[in-house]
Ligand binder design. Sequence first.
Ligand SMILES: Nc1ncnc2c1ncn2[C@@H]1O[C@H](COP(=O)(O)OP(=O)(O)O)[C@@H](O)[C@H]1O
Ligand SMILES: [Mg+2]
Length: 378
Amino acid sequence: MLESLTLTNFKAFSRHRIGLAPFTLLTGLNSSGKSSVLQSLALLRQSYESGDLTPVGDTEAGLLLNGELVQLGTGQDVRYEFYDEHGPHIGLDVQGDGASARWSATYEQEADHLKLLEEESQAPRDAASLAALLPTLFGTGFQYLKADRISPQVSYPRSHHAVSSRGFLGPEGEHTVNYLRAHQDDEVTSEQLRIKDAASSSLLDQTRAWMQKLCPGVSLDASGIVGTDTVRLSYTFGSGASRSNAYRPTNVGFGLTYVLPIVVACLSSKPGSLILLENPEAHLHPQGQTWMAYLAGAAAAGGAQIVMETHSDHVLNGLRLEVKKGRLQAEATAVHYFRRSGQTSEVVSPVIASDGTLSEWPAGFFDEWENSLDQLLD
Ligand SMILES: Nc1ncnc2c1ncn2[C@@H]1O[C@H](COP(=O)(O)OP(=O)(O)O)[C@@H](O)[C@H]1O
Ligand SMILES: [Mg+2]
């Protein structure tokens, strides 16, 4: 498990250490630095996968700013503009899995590969050693799902490499339908994630059962389209004699397809998986947002690590309920509230107690209900 991340001169952060738990919630106003935290982890993962962190031959090691997971621009975009007290370099420090590593990169205004400083970085330069040192970040089971995900479509791409060799759903969840098709008979091994009254413990039946909690009566299938390199997703509603025809995603509400990558990411997670989720509550009704915390909480209780950016008080309350109900330990949670302070971002971290209460309630932290009610009752 990753225990902390320290960002130095990275985007909105001068220097900040962010503690990570099995289920970490990042929240706060717009443009307060939440996505930057997810991006820093995705940047390391992307630079590892491309070989930039561990180059062979004469190539220089560095951070790859633009790739499959994130497109951050150039040095000028990622270095904290008002750098000063912590020197001119960009630093990413990760602690976890009983180890720690540091990457310190030089600044070059127009470069999209920022060279690592040998003398300031502390991390193995070969891929196998790096994966062995920090398996949570560099091992199998990594997912990063951005806020902008796949919309309902008639067909989806079929990439053998993504779903079979890498087990990757894609940053927009674009490989989800093909993953579900290829892995539908895989067992959901985690007891916490398995819904008992589902037809079986297969990934497909468990996905259906979780989706039914969001939308009662729904079922779904993922199948190949013969003669093409695409796959199809279809939904049915009801059962027995009242069962509907198979509907295309484009003829079914947006929210179902939008949430599917998150359901599949959580259900296919294993102990040691790392799942980064950006605004998973998008397009979900309020009860569905609480359900999102139940789902991600179950993945965390089953041994995966979740880092989630959210604007949803229902997700926050859902997480508090998971703790209160005893499904997730209070110590397995971390909540960080981001806000701008002058030219940098600062973070307040209320602690969830075992009864679900929060240690503090900073101004602006999910207080809109109360603010509006005060004015309505005035
Ligand atoms: N190079 C930079 N130097 C200083 N601040 C930056 C830099 N790049 C982005 N920011 C700041 O980071 C914030 C955006 O961070 P982001 O993580 O996308 O926010 P959120 O996800 O909370 O909406 C903005 O306030 C922006 O001003
Ligand atoms: Mg964001």
